[in-house]
Design a protein around this ligand. Structure first.
Ligand code: NAI
Length: 336
């Protein structure tokens, strides 16, 4: 029986990589009935809204979506649609697995980190105002409920997946109340629910240095919203860049899968974008909806292609001379 999944192609490279991802998922035999939905800068012309109501309603009804990247204007304009979606559906946990891949050349070959990012609070609450001309305030929100639930999520994830350690990175030496609450809750949940999982705290500036010096000492990172955003990209740089890091945004009733990267306007429309990060997000989605066999076929295909594929079948960001379509077609050939 086919499964209905919402699909937001998104902006910039979004349409190219979602097209490629759909093609590979179909080749793997997953029977998905995609419901294509508008959102982003591209939705304004036709729907006069960056996030049309029918897109929200469809996600509410089907509760699973695969989303391409969405452009957010810098320093003004509309509020981030990504942030809005995370708030509307209470997608409080972002999961971003970051792994070294055979065939993708980097400084390290032993990175195996899962970033767990709190996705609804912190400075992303969007509470900003001008106090007096020339003075602005951005409010960083941390709630006990929010901090405890993301910690609970992280330790549950660690136990279910046999992970060994959770490192909480913070700046509670400076933000004594907000980051202080985050680590207080993490400690408490670790004591109550994290038996067998090693627990570590690290001030985040040192944490960044430790990550680039020896990423193999880390297993899982538990981070508040902004730190999680920034460190996800840092960690992506350890394994070959934004083209190879997937993500899931999860709530208790809904899941939106998306790559860590943005709309990459510098390469949009040029057949240069690596579709792998979105495809990997698609594999996470297939696992989530009980189609793990199709997901495994895709994983085997991309691992083989990266390790032994011809350069002409890979995108330039990972040393290839091909493009988005060549990559997707090569994966389809390997799967069949
Ligand atoms: P970006 O992630 O779009 O691009 C950063 C760099 O990585 C660029 O050089 C780009 O070419 C490269 N890159 C990204 N994805 C790639 C891929 N799949 N294959 C090959 N190269 C890739 O970040 P940037 O430029 O800071 O943001 C562009 C727009 O994306 C902004 O409007 C931003 O707000 C938005 N954004 C959206 C996200 C989302 O929808 N979840 C996440 C991050 C940014």
């Amino acid at each position: 029986m086919s499964m209905k999944v919402c699909l937001i192609p998104g902006d910039g490279i979004g349409p190219e990589i979602t097209h490629a991802t759909k093609k590979v998922i179909a080749a793997a035999g997953a029977d998905i009935d995609w419901i294509e939905l508008p959102a982003g800068a591209g939705a304004v012309a036709e729907h006069k809204d960056v996030l049309p109501q029918h897109t929200i309603e469809a996600i509410r009804e089907h509760r699973i979506a695969l989303k391409g990247p969405l452009t957010t204007p810098v320093g003004g304009g509309f509020q981030s649609i990504n942030v809005r979606l995370r708030k509307i559906f209470d997608l409080y946990a972002a999961v971003r697995p970051i792994r070294s891949l055979e065939g993708v050349k980097t400084r390290y070959d032993n990175v195996e980190i899962v970033v767990i990012r709190e996705n609804t609070e912190g400075l992303y609450s969007g509470l900003e105002h001008e106090v007096v001309p020339g003075v602005v305030e951005s409010i960083k929100v941390a709630t006990r409920v929010g901090c405890e639930r993301i910690a609970r999520f992280a330790f549950k994830y660690a136990k279910e997946r046999g992970r060994r350690k959770v490192t909480v990175m913070h700046k509670a030496n400076i933000m004594k109340l907000s980051d202080g609450l985050f680590i207080e809750c993490a400690r408490k949940i670790h004591q109550q629910e994290g038996q067998g999982i090693e627990y570590e705290e690290m001030i985040i500036d040192n944490g960044c240095m430790q990550l680039v010096r020896d990423p193999s000492r880390f297993d899982m990172l538990l981070l508040e919203n902004l730190y999680g955003d920034v460190l996800s990209d840092l960690c992506a740089g350890l394994v070959g860049g934004l083209g190879v890091v997937p993500g899931a945004n999860l709530s208790s009733y809904c899941a939106i899968f998306e790559a860590v990267h943005g709309s990459a306007p510098d390469i949009a429309g040029q057949n240069k974008a690596n579709p792998l990060a979105l495809l990997m997000s698609g594999v996470m989605m297939l696992n989530h909806i009980g189609m793990a066999e199709a997901g495994d076929r895709i994983k085997t295909a991309y691992n083989g292609l990266l390790a032994r594929g011809d350069k002409s079948e890979l995108t330039p960001d990972i040393g290839g001379t091909g493009g988005t379509t060549q990559f997707a077609d090569a994966l389809c050939r390997r799967i069949r």
